[in-house]
Design a protein around this ligand. Structure first.
Ligand SMILES: [Zn+2]
Length: 210
């Protein structure tokens, strides 16, 4: 099974200012927090039927994508966001969708280096703390902002023994760029989502450690 880093999705707006953001403490020992949203809305500058978008570092999927992902082997949480659109270019063809902020819950093991440097492991929750280094910043650059992927990016490496056929997962370094399988990518293609072109979703093939 081929694996890909899901690097970025089109940025066509922002989270509406009235959205309530709350940082929930997951572990008091290491002060690990998770951002939760309620009364949530997205304010889009334009909308042209995008099925997957990004805003303020969060990934959002349409109802169409959500229904398809429910058929894969993925544990995820989704929070509904209402959508306000300043300018709809295909408003007659499609109603404005609801989007869902998605959080992937499966975690596999991978090699932190050369993207990250290991800091420590929390005694209470077992969460590993890693710090992104220069290579990580370079290799995680958002191609959507520069219109193309970078030269010779460092791969992420996934320990195959830790993988239980999940079609989307995070690695233990706590970083929120998901890794997805070919099955996940097939669904994006079925839905007509533009891949690896400006205005689309950016994927990059990555590696297993056998
Ligand atoms: Zn902890």
């Amino acid at each position: 099974m081929k694996l890909y880093i899901l690097l970025s999705a089109p940025i066509i707006g922002a989270i509406e200012a009235t959205t309530i953001k709350e940082r929930i403490v997951l572990c008091e020992h290491c002060n690990r927090k998770e951002l939760h949203f309620s009364n949530a809305a997205l304010n889009l500058d334009k909308w042209n039927g995008e099925e997957m978008i990004s805003a303020m570092g969060q990934l959002f999927i349409s109802e169409n994508v959500k229904v398809k992902l429910d058929t894969l082997n993925i544990l995820f949480e989704s929070t509904p966001f209402d959508v306000l659109v300043k300018k709809k270019s295909i408003q007659d063809q499609k109603p404005t969708p609801k989007y869902y902020r998605i959080l992937f819950r499966n975690i596999c093991k991978g090699q932190g280096e050369p993207w990250f440097e290991f800091i420590n492991k929390c005694d209470a929750c077992g969460r590993e703390k890693w710090m992104m280094d220069t290579e990580g910043y370079r290799s995680s650059a958002n191609p959507e902002l520069i219109g193309k992927d970078i030269e010779n990016p460092a791969p992420r490496k996934v320990d195959k023994a830790s993988w239980k056929n999940e079609d989307a997962f995070l690695l233990q370094d706590g970083y929120d760029i998901p890794i997805v399988t070919q099955k996940f990518v097939d669904i994006l293609e079925e839905l007509g989502i533009t891949i690896n072109k400006k205005g689309g979703v950016w994927l990059r093939q990555t590696n297993w450690i056998e």
